[in-house]
Design a protein around this ligand. Structure first.
Ligand code: NAD
Ligand code: TYD
Length: 341
């Protein structure tokens, strides 16, 4: 079994590679990653010299290079994590999101059609459903909820989902899609809420909360997401979409306060900043389908997962200090520079 994992030098892709190599030692895993600002080769150091692992620096939009790699490796399964993934960056500059998230997915699926594949799995997001109101806790996203996107990021992910389903119907490509809620855990780039707040709090820097911090996200520990994808690869039905989430809704402000408490920092670091444009109010997944059909349930409780995550960032300060130098500093000043608050 040869498994292609695109975007495997990023947050969830790297966790997925570690998970799969551990669970399926007989698999050969090939990581395809362009190493954008969000990809970090040092993350893969623990597996880099394993015989059944190969890293290839490649752009998923580069049709010729992708074709060549498929001809060489003949993958049985492709799991596509590669994407531009940060909503705020998509608001600043949508075009790279359209290129990677839509054209890159199409390029990979064309290669799958040409060379043959047992499964193409598209890693999507609950953000394709848009948002839910804050005053209707009875509402959840199901797989039947209409696509109704808010940001260039979520629109590009929804486009890729529609293409994947079209390739299944039109060409019979064996596609599955997972739509997961917000992940947290080790190796997440510190531009996203949880690692950003941990890193800033550790340095006694201001903690920039958008608006009033009342927006709600449904948090899942990254390993539970990896396990869900593995189950879908093994037992999922082709042509189907599976929502993944563990009923763990939290307001942003409560997460930031929890991080302050765990790190022994004062809540006076919390700084309310200008709200995100088009900011989605609430995400909440109904995971009934994946639970009933595949027996998936999250294993890590939020209070344990967040403690493990904070501890990981304390223990791996070198990892994130290195990656937040350079390009990230420019981004940070542009997004959070004093004149923006
Ligand atoms: P990430 O930004 O941490 O990692 C993305 C990876 O893709 C990086 O290693 C980057 O170098 C690589 N990449 C980007 N453009 C590429 C290209 N053109 N060719 C090859 N590689 C490229 O993202 P993440 O948080 O790990 O998310 C992974 C996937 O999961 C994404 O598709 C995202 O939409 C989806 N997702 C994320 C979350 C979340 O909470 N982070 C939740 C649900 C779904
Ligand atoms: P983020 O981690 O960017 O994930 P997403 O927008 O894809 O859900 O943001 C999570 C929530 O945290 C979202 O409501 C925006 C908010 N947020 C802040 O309040 N401050 C920040 O600096 C960031 C990055 C996010």
């Amino acid at each position: 079994m040869t498994l292609f994992v695109t975007g495997g030098a990023g947050f969830i892709g790297s966790n997925f590679i570690f998970y799969m190599l551990e669970q399926h030692p007989a698999y050969r895993v090939v990581c395809l990653d362009q190493l954008t600002y969000a990809g970090n080769l040092s993350t893969l150091a623990p597996v880099m010299h394993q015989q059944n692992f190969r890293f290839v620096k490649i752009d998923i939009c580069d049709r010729e290079a992708i074709d060549q790699l498929f001809a060489e490796e003949h993958p049985d399964v492709v799991v596509n994590f590669a994407a531009e993934s940060h909503v705020d960056r998509s608001i600043e500059n949508p075009s790279v999101f359209l290129q990677t998230n839509i054209m890159g997915t199409a390029t990979l699926m064309d290669a799958c059609r040409h060379y043959g594949i047992q499964r193409f799995h598209q890693v999507s997001t609950d953000e394709v459903y848009g948002d839910l109101p804050l005053d209707r806790p009875d509402l959840f996203f199901t797989e039947e909820t209409p696509i109704h996107t808010s940001s260039p990021y979520s629109s590009s992910k929804a486009s890729a989902d529609l293409l994947a389903l079209a390739y299944h119907r039109t060409y019979g490509l064996p596609v599955t899609i997972s739509r997961c809620s917000n992940n947290y855990g080790p190796y997440q780039f510190p531009e996203k809420l949880i690692p950003l707040m941990i890193a800033n709090a550790m340095h006694d820097r201001p903690l920039p909360v958008y608006g009033q911090g009342l927006n709600v996200r449904d948090w899942l520990y990254v390993e539970d997401h990896c396990k869900a994808i593995d189950l879908i690869l093994q037992h999922g039905q082709v042509g189907e979409v599976y929502n993944v989430g563990g009923h763990n809704e939290m307001r942003n402000i409560d997460i930031v306060k929890l991080i302050c408490k765990e790190l022994g920092k004062s809540e006076s670091l919390i700084t309310y900043v200008k709200d995100r444009k088009g900011h989605d109010l609430r995400y909440a997944i109904d995971p009934t389908k994946i639970h009933k059909e595949l027996g998936w349930l999250p294993e890590t409780k939020f209070e344990d997962g967040i403690r493990k995550t904070i501890h990981w960032y304390q223990e791996h300060q070198n990892w994130w200090e290195n990656i937040i130098s350079g390009e990230y500093q420019e981004y940070y000043m542009k997004m959070y520079g004093k004149d923006k608050w």
